[in-house]
Design a protein around this ligand. Sequence first.
Ligand code: LLP
Length: 427
Amino acid sequence: MYKSNLTVESIGNALRSSLLNGLIREDDTLVMFHDLSFLQERIHHLSSVFPSHTLHAVAMKANPLKRILEFIRLLGAGAEVASLAELKMALKAGYPAKKIVFDSPVKTWQELEFALTTGVHINIDSLAELERVAALKQRIVSGSTIGIRINPQVGVGTIAESSVAGEYSKFGVPVTTKRKELGDAFLTYPWLTGVHLHVGSQGCSMELLLSGIGVLYSFVSEMNEKRTATGHEPISIFDIGGGLPVSYMGDQIPVSMEDYAHAIRNEFPELFTIHYSLLTEFGRWVHVNAGWTVSRVEYVKRDSGINTAMIHAGADLFLRECLNPKSWQHEYSVFDKTGNLKYGKDRNPYNLAGPLCFSGDILARNVVLPMIEEGDYLVIHDTGGYTLSMWSRYNSRQTPRIIGYHGNEFEILKERESFEELAPFWG
Ligand code: LLP
């Protein structure tokens, strides 16, 4: 049975060891950690609950660190990529083309040509893109398998900005309004053997995710009857996307991956047979709970109304949390200079303010925490995904040192960005 979140004790142990071993230096005002054993368990668990022939193309947008990409590749994972650069990074990290799923929503002619030549799996996003691929396939011999992203139009979850299966979505081809065109496409192009859906990220219930799969499953069953009647091979690549939510707060009960996989098998048993090549694209579920971030508290402003802890991460690392705090929250813990957890009765509400120059750069407001003092360490839990990958260059802050660990063994996954590395960004 896998753990849903890292315990504060295990985080405290890693923090103290890092302090003792000099891994958090004076200028490491912010450090990100990844528990690699936890990450490994996630990948193993994923592989154990789906059929063994499933390709788990982990969404690179959640965490594109090269060392992490290499680590999960060695555990058997594939990579879902959303841009040409992500595709090239997957190749650089050693992923074979057959384990790469190319999902960018705006693929240029050149990008499609590169993808077809490399032989990665391509999920087409629109009918216009389908015509480009058809044209390119006239002159390129390609090993790529090809699917099309279909919006199942099953509705939005609790977070509008990361829900993509409403009546309208900028992604994919809508299943209802473009039913005829989709049907024609599958009968015109024998090589179009895959379907792809993604309902949303966080905020989508298991029932919503399942209903999306259901819509596509019926569509595929109907299409396959027609395809076999005309002598085409059936649609056999079924990409269910990602989107299983994780728990960020102690009172959120996480949806279990095992329950999700069982529900898919119960409702659509054929998907779990060898007639289908099943693909998944989980990102958040794989990465978020495996990571945490620690910031030194630089100052504490004490006021009659509210105290403000000034820390070294704000909207640069936590864009959603600062701009849409109702939907995105974390648990926090306070440790003293030597890495001992602070408890204490002296608990007060704090604003956790970042270092950027705008008033909305506040990671969280009114969080009740033990007494915070200058030089303490504030830990932000569950930061293993959609944090550094969404880094903002505003105010030119340097990206933090990133440390991975297995028990008591630590390795630097990425060094803190130096000024010399940062400055050329601006030309
Ligand atoms: N597949 C596709 C096509 C996607 O667009 C995504 C996420 C995934 C898979 C992975 O979804 P996951 O399993 O990680 O939920 N914090 C970000 C979330 C954007 C997610 C975008 N797509 C944000 O607030 O923008």
